[in-house]
Each structure stands twice: as structure tokens, then as C-alpha cells.
Design a protein around this ligand. Structure first.
Ligand SMILES: Cc1cc2nc3c(=O)[nH]c(=O)nc-3n(C[C@H](O)[C@H](O)[C@H](O)COP(=O)(O)OP(=O)(O)OC[C@H]3O[C@@H](n4cnc5c(N)ncnc54)[C@H](O)[C@@H]3O)c2cc1C
Length: 473
């Protein structure tokens, strides 16, 4: 038996790829998925009414690169192509991304022409950042924070107004702590190997790229041809885990909800006892853990304290999510993806997504306010109520967007320890974790957002990679 721990996107994708690789049929292996709660989908949760959709977790997916195209392949295979709502380059959500600085919303440049013009809050045209990179000396480092790297290569304004808010939008984190390898690994390598980013980019033009090739589905081909920027799912993202769960069930995966795993007892290289909260012990030949690293740390602490320590050293942040619905048909916002607030503004909010612009079929204006993240405890303490978060979010929205209408419906959630932080040294730590597992012959594979990328595409792709690695052993 192979046991999958966790029924979030990581666990469901692991089940999907195990089935696609014919693991159960070829080896007569039973597949079991254990989920602690009564719901499959993890952080993906959508509330759908006849007037609006509130996404409580993720809402948009990027179609680019191998990992993005791989997700589209899976979506087509699951029969979900019709649910895609693509945001193409001419869509306002693709062109209009804003930052809130000095009590004003500023549009970020989105075209090549834009980088030659001075646009607030930047004091010079962005093209000057290129000069900065060409003139700045190389600093030899093994890793660095993304903030330090960008400040060194492109200047402080780019670090403060472009990169720091982007990190808030992607992982609710502090760019001064997040590893440069999280988003800019190749740019960092250009600096380390070629002395600067622009020099590295120019050199790379003459090298043949060995990007991984994948076979593209019709849907993935469409995304490439039509140059999709991002996409959302009509009816809510929750449709993806719902259909995946159904697929797993139809293919005889034993899917057990309300089944929290409390301990893993490793016996030998092909036997591990999976102990459930109700005292039941399930012997498995292999475990795929998709639960957060801090949760897995607890399961292995008795037998493998060193591994447990490495796992619990991966930090996580808590995010407040406030979904707001305004029923008026009057346009309340300029069509855009939304705006982010740079941490130097010291605002209680991280950013706002204009959902009614990104997700179709909404009657009125739908906004999602994200609060806290890396600064959650610092700003709100550990026992803030949902009512107070709502009050803060509404006050900020009304001030920034100058909305006078009252909120017709809302939903507030505090997502405790929901996003892992890939801080400086993260990739080395994950290397050590996998090295420990391999040296001790532990029959466990690690998937999910704690290790190889925090986004939806990364989680799906890491499930594919880990399953294929195991199959090809
Ligand atoms: C607010 C927010 C917004 C986001 N927005 C985006 C976005 O727009 N685009 C994007 O690409 N990504 C986004 N992400 C990231 C994306 O949601 C995650 O990458 C993905 O959902 C993580 O899936 P997972 O399976 O790794 O983890 P989880 O969703 O955390 O699933 C883990 C599962 O394991 C279960 N579990 C935990 N402990 C145990 C145990 N002991 N026994 C059994 N089960 C257990 C949990 O109940 C849970 O169901 C966002 C994330 C958040 C939090």
C-alpha cells in the first residue's frame, strides 16, 4: 500500500500522478489518501452564490513555463477545459497592476515603452536600473535576500516599489528575508557567473537553452498561442480539487476524510506504520507526505528528531483574507488586477485583488483584501477577531478606493500558517532534508508547497516529479 498524507492540491495531485503512472495496476498496490479534515482541497476554497464568488485562498494560475503548461495538461485531462477563463494580454487585469504609495495608487509600467518614461513613485525611468546593473560590482555569495540582490543590481526604488510588494503578493513575505533563488535564481546566477544580470542575459542569448520539453495538450497550446497572462476558473477554483477527488474515488483510491495522521514509525526501507489519531495503524510500503512541513515534523519527531528539526525550521506566515461584495451595478473600481502595498508604507493590508475584474460572472464589485502575512502578529497580535479584521479591511478599502457604498456581503478568514517562506538557505535546507531521507532509507517522498515552490503549478509539478522519481527507481 502507498499512503498519501493530506488531501490538499499536493495530495490530490500525487494520487492523480500515481494513477496516471499505473502504479496501482502494475504493482497491485492499494492507494490510500488520509486527510485530517472533512474537506479535500486544503487552502483552495470557493464560496459561490448567484451574485458573486469569494475565493478564500488562491484565485489565479499562471500558464507560463513548464510548470504552468503541465497544470493545463492536467486540467484538460480532468475534463475541465471549459471552466477556464483566460486573461489575455489586452485584458485590463493583465495590463493594470498597481501599487499604493504615499496615499496614491500608481500604475506599474506594463510595456517596453513604459520603462523609458518616468512614472511615479519611481524618481527616474526604469531603464536607469539597467545602467545601475552594468555599473555595480559583483558580490560573491551563496545566497542572498531578494531585496538585497535587487537593491544591489537595480537600485533601492525597484527593491522597495516593485519587488517587495510582489513578494507580499506571492507569499505574503518580507523580501528582506526571502531567498533570491525563490524568484530570481537565474538572474542571481548571472551575477555570480557573469558579473552582472545584463551581462549574463546577453551571454545567454548565444547559448542553447535546455529547457525541459513537455508534450502540450490542446489547452496548453492555446495558452501559448494566445499568450495568456493568467487564468481563473469559472465557478470557482474549488472545482479543481472537487473533480480530482472524484477522479481518485472512481479509480479506487481509498480516500479517508477526518483521518488525522499522528505519527509515522519507519520499520525498514519498504515499511512504515502510519498511525492515525483514532489509534488505527496502517502499514504502508511508501508514504507521500503533502502536509505542511511543520505538521510532518511532529509525525517524525520521536524516531527522527534531526529530520523533525530541519522540517520545523521552515517558517510559515498567517494571512487574513477578507472577501467583500458590493451589489451596486455602478462601477466602483478602475478595471485592473488589483494593487499591492509596499511594506515601507507600513499599512495593515498587503494588497487587494479586484476579483470582479479577474473572475467572470460576478454581478457587482468583488474585492479580496489580504492582511498580515509576515507582519500578522506584529500588526494584529495573536487573538484578533474576524470582526476587527473586517473593520480594518473595509476602512482601508473605503479610503484607498474612495468607495462610499456599503458592503452587501462579506467573508473573513484567518489562515493560520498558510504560506511557507522560502527564506535565505531554504533550498539548501530542503537538500539536507532529502539527503537525510535518502541516507536513512526512509520510504517517504515530500510533496506540497513546503519544498519545491509555493504556487499551484509548483505543487502539482512537484507531485509529478516525486511520483516519477519513485516509479523510475
Ligand atoms: C491565501 C492564499 C492565496 C494563494 N493564492 C494563490 C494564487 O492565486 N495562485 C497560486 O498559484 N497559488 C496561490 N496560493 C498557493 C496555493 O494555494 C498552494 O500552493 C496550495 O494550495 C498548497 O497545496 P498543498 O496541498 O501543498 O497544501 P495544503 O493546501 O495546506 O494541503 C495540506 C492538507 O493536509 C492536511 N493535513 C495537515 N496535517 C495533516 C495530518 N497530520 N494528517 C492528515 N492530513 C493533514 C490539511 O488539512 C490539508 O488539507 C495561495 C495560498 C494562500 C494560502
Amino acid at each position: 500500500m502507498a499512503a498519501i498524507l493530506g488531501g490538499g492540491l499536493g495530495g490530490l495531485s500525487t494520487g492523480y500522478y500515481l494513477l496516471k503512472n499505473n502504479i496501482s495496476n502494475n504493482n497491485n498496490l492499494k492507494l490510500l489518501l488520509l486527510e485530517a479534515t472533512d474537506y479535500c482541497g486544503g487552502w483552495i476554497k470557493s464560496i459561490k452564490t448567484k451574485d458573486y464568488i469569494f475565493e478564500q485562498g488562491p484565485r489565479t494560475i499562471r500558464p507560463r513555463g513548464t510548470v504552468g503548461l503541465n497544470t493545463l495538461n492536467m486540467i484538460q485531462d480532468l475534463g475541465l477545459s471549459e471552466h477556464i477563463s483566460a486573461i489575455k494580454p489586452d485584458h485590463p487585469a493583465a495590463k493594470n497592476r498597481m501599487i499604493y504609495v504615499n496615499n496614491t495608487l500608481h500604475l506599474l509600467p506594463s510595456s517596453l515603452k513604459g520603462i523609458f518614461q518616468k512614472s511615479e513613485p519611481f524618481s527616474k525611468p526604469l531603464i536607469y536600473a539597467v545602467l545601475n546593473d552594468l555599473l555595480s560590482p559583483q558580490k560573491e555569495l551563496k545566497d542572498d535576500s531578494i531585496y538585497n540582490f535587487v537593491e544591489r543590481r537595480f537600485g533601492k526604488e525597484i527593491a522597495d516599489y516593485a519587488v517587495a510588494p510582489m513578494i507580499c503578493g506571492i507569499c505574503a513575505g518580507d523580501a528582506k528575508e526571502i531567498s533570491v533563488k525563490f524568484l530570481m535564481r537565474s538572474l542571481f546566477e548571472y551575477e555570480q557567473n557573469d558579473g552582472g544580470v545584463i551581462k549574463g542575459v546577453l551571454k545567454s542569448l548565444f547559448k542553447t537553452k535546455n529547457q525541459e520539453e513537455i508534450v502540450l495538450s490542446e489547452l496548453a497550446k492555446r495558452a501559448v498561442e494566445e499568450k495568456w497572462n493568467v487564468y481563473s476558473i469559472k465557478g470557482g477554483l474549488e472545482i479543481i480539487p472537487t473533480v480530482m477527488k472524484q477522479y481518485l474515488k472512481e479509480n479506487n483510491v481509498d480516500l479517508q476524510l477526518n483521518s488525522k495522521v499522528e505519527e509515522l514509525e519507519f520499520i525498514d526501507s519498504s515499511l512504515v506504520n502510519v498511525k492515525k489519531g483514532n489509534g488505527e495503524v496502517l502499514p504502508a510500503n511508501h508514504v507521500y507526505s503533502s502536509i505542511p512541513s511543520h505538521a510532518l515534523a511532529k509525525l517524525v519527531s520521536k524516531q527522527h528528531p534531526e529530520l523533525s528539526k530541519l522540517l520545523s525550521d521552515i517558517p510559515f506566515v498567517t494571512v487574513g483574507i477578507v472577501n467583500l461584495y458590493f451589489s451596486t451595478q455602478k462601477p466602483l473600481i478602475t478595471p485592473a488586477f488589483g494593487f499591492l502595498v509596499p511594506p515601507i508604507e507600513n499599512s495593515p493590508i498587503l494588497g487587494v485583488v479586484f476579483d470582479s475584474c479577474c473572475i467572470p460572472d460576478q454581478k457587482g464589485t468583488v474585492l479580496t483584501v489580504m492582511l498580515g502575512g509576515r507582519w500578522f502578529i506584529e500588526k494584529f497580535g495573536s487573538d484578533i477577531t474576524k470582526e476587527k479584521l473586517l473593520e480594518i479591511a473595509v476602512k482601508e478599502i473605503k479610503t484607498i478606493l474612495k468607495i462610499d457604498e456599503s458592503v452587501a456581503a462579506h467573508h473573513v478568514n484567518i489562515l493560520h500558517k498558510c504560506i511557507p517562506q522560502y527564506v535565505i538557505g531554504h533550498y539548501e535546507r530542503v537538500g539536507e532534508i532529502r539527503e537525510y531521507i535518502s541516507c536513512n532509507n526512509l520510504p517517504i517522498s515530500l510533496v506540497g508547497s513546503s519544498y519545491d515552490g509555493v504556487g499551484i503549478n509548483d505543487v502539482i509539478y512537484s507531485a509529478k516529479t516525486q511520483v516519477e522519481e519513485d516509479v523510475n527507481k
